[in-house]
Structure formats: C-alpha cells, structure tokens
Design a protein around this ligand. Sequence first.
Ligand SMILES: [Zn+2]
Ligand SMILES: [Zn+2]
Length: 207
Amino acid sequence: MGKENYRLEYRIYPFFFGLETVQLQPISESEIPSKEQRTHFGNHQLNASYIINTLLPSKMPKDAIVVMALTAKDLYPNPKWNFVFGLASYEKRTAVSSISRYSEGGLDVSTYPICLRRIIKTSSHEICHMFSLAHCIEAKCLMNGVNNLAEGDSRPNALCSVCLTKISWNLKFQDVDRLDSLIHFMKIHQLDDDAIILEKQRTVLAK
Ligand SMILES: [Zn+2]
Ligand SMILES: [Zn+2]
C-alpha cells in the first residue's frame, strides 16, 4: 500500500476529551510567510509559535473550545531552538504537533502504529495544556514534560490519577465509559501496550 494511503486517525479525540471533534479544512503551507519558515540542518521547518499565535486564531470557529493542528513538516518554537515536537498556547487555546520525527522515514504499514501512538500522545498532551493542565511531576503520566523521543516513548498514553481528576472535573466526562472507548480504539489500532494501561485504570475506577 502506498504511503499516500495512510491518514492519521484523529477520531480518538471525541473519546479522549468527551467532546465533539470537527476536522477543519487543510491549511496550505503557502499561508505561512517565508520568514516564518526555515531550513535547519537540511530540514524544512515551520515556526510553531507563528502557527499557534497568529495562523490558528484566524481559523478558529466561533464555537470551538480548542484547535489542534497536525503537520508532517518539522517545527521550531523560536530561532534559538533546533526543533519542537509540539507547542500549545494556554491563552489562545491553539496548538500544533508534527509527525516529522515520529514516522522514521515515512508513514507506511510498519511505521503507522508507532507514529499514531506518538502523535496521539503529543497532541493529547498539547490539548490538555489548552485545558490548563501544566506539566505533571506526580507520576508517570501523559502530562510529563519530555525533551526527546525516548522520554516521550516511555511516557504512558494515559493521564495519572491526579491529572485525570483535574480534566474529568473540567470536562465532566464519565470516566469508565471514556476508558471503554479509549481501550477499544487502542486495540483496533494495534496499540496494545496502551490498552493494557487503560484497562488497569478501568479496573480501579470501576470499583
Ligand atoms: Zn507540555
Ligand atoms: Zn499527571
């Protein structure tokens, strides 16, 4: 199957946050001024700060709570940094994540599950920031801050009990129903390790 046939599965977000999720029209790279793009160590990169502070607010539907952008292009947060996996604005409720460093050379049948696992983690993490969750130091948690791919891979695809309590209070979702939907999603997308962690949470919460 050709690489162009692989589209990332964004439909996890209704389950993760218990909110209606709408896919907006794609944004062309030409909408990003050339001064907000650069070539760094041979990589074409987009300025994530420009995307979240200027571009996405201009595209945000009036009834949207948050807007999350996904791109295949590499990102940088400011001229001093080499790259960033994702970036969010607490105030504007916008964020962007990139799969550029996740797909190990391209999206195909072998790299799809790891790429999906990584982008779900990064973008769910960024969306939690937009709901005012800060970085977590309580436990192994989706909201742990990470600086490299290995740290990101060791972070679970699940919130710890402290962060889950906060976001559950904020969004008023039904914890067990949410976990059932997430477990199903993880299993049908071959994310079995993530399903096991969520099943343990479900066992505790169902008591
Ligand atoms: Zn973060
Ligand atoms: Zn946490």
